[in-house]
Design a protein around this ligand. Structure first.
Ligand code: ADP
Ligand code: MG
Length: 240
């Protein structure tokens, strides 16, 4: 029984085919990595799954529900949350208020939203920054804020778009430990991640994209040996 089922997704932007006939599944509690060079279509895939972009063809099912034509807020209410590659905190608001916005996805009650936001902030280790303005946070802390906002929606499936991207190297192990802990507590995750060490460490399965297509879907150890993945991505990544 799969939690997320992506079938034959194709998404075009004019002449660019950002996603071409993409199919894969995620089981409850699974942690799936998504890799691929820049422009491979990883972020677009998240946009289509979460309703921020409409596919040209194909379907997305969450727990058996067809969500392909639903809005982001409706998909969120079915238990799918995401973070964005490009951070989008509301700078004029406090950390707590930013996270409350996520909580309002599942409740209209301000006090309940505040409680859910506090709980999410504690889970990501930002409780002590609740009253700070988002603009005063470091990149690592903003990533945690994004995570908290997504968690406050009460997800069963969390999609993370480059959670370690652009973060000070010293802050990366803490973020990875946090992702691992969320997974250990039963959350299913799909993580776009460029650091292959991290992918090898945390992913149970890896979906590799190139030019909008799935070129491999396998456990990390097999991905590392896959000639198409090495040619498309790893060769370049490991040479650095
Ligand atoms: P990745 O996240 O793997 O780096 P993206 O999904 O961001 O890749 O982009 C895949 C392709 O789709 C790229 O060629 C990109 O330029 C194009 N693309 C993404 N979003 C848009 C958009 N809103 N309008 C036009 N082209 C887009
Ligand atoms: Mg991207």
């Amino acid at each position: 029984m799969s939690l997320l089922t992506v079938s034959g997704l194709t998404k075009r932007f004019g002449g660019v085919v950002a996603n071409r006939d993409i199919s894969f599944t995620v089981r409850p509690g699974e942690l799936v990595g998504v890799i691929g060079p820049n422009g491979a279509g990883k972020s677009t895939l998240f946009d289509v799954i979460t309703g921020f972009a409409r596919p040209d063809s194909g379907t997305v099912h969450v727990d058996g529900h067809d969500v392909t034509r639903l809005r982001p807020d409706q998909i969120c209410r079915l238990g799918v949350a995401r973070t964005f590659q490009k951070l989008r905190p509301f700078h004029g608001m406090t950390t707590l208020e930013n996270v409350m916005i996520g909580a309002f996805g599942r409740t209209n009650d301000v006090n309940a939203a505040r409680r859910a936001a506090w709980e999410a902030l504690e889970r990501v280790g930002l409780g002590d920054r609740a009253d700070a303005h988002a603009r005063g946070l470091s990149t690592g802390q903003r990533k945690r804020l994004e995570l908290a906002r997504a968690l406050a929606t009460g997800p069963r499936l969390l999609l993370l778009d480059e959670v370690t991207g652009g973060v000070d190297p010293g802050a990366i192990p803490g973020l990875i430990a946090l992702v691992r802990e969320l997974h250990a507590r039963g959350l299913a995750l799909v993580v776009i991640e460029h650091n292959m060490g991290v992918i090898m460490d945390i992913a149970q399965r890896v979906v590799a994209l190139q030019l909008g297509e799935v070129i491999a879907d396998a456990p990390p150890a097999d991905i590392m040996r896959d000639q198409r993945v090495i040619d498309a991505y790893l060769g370049e990544a490991w040479r650095v």
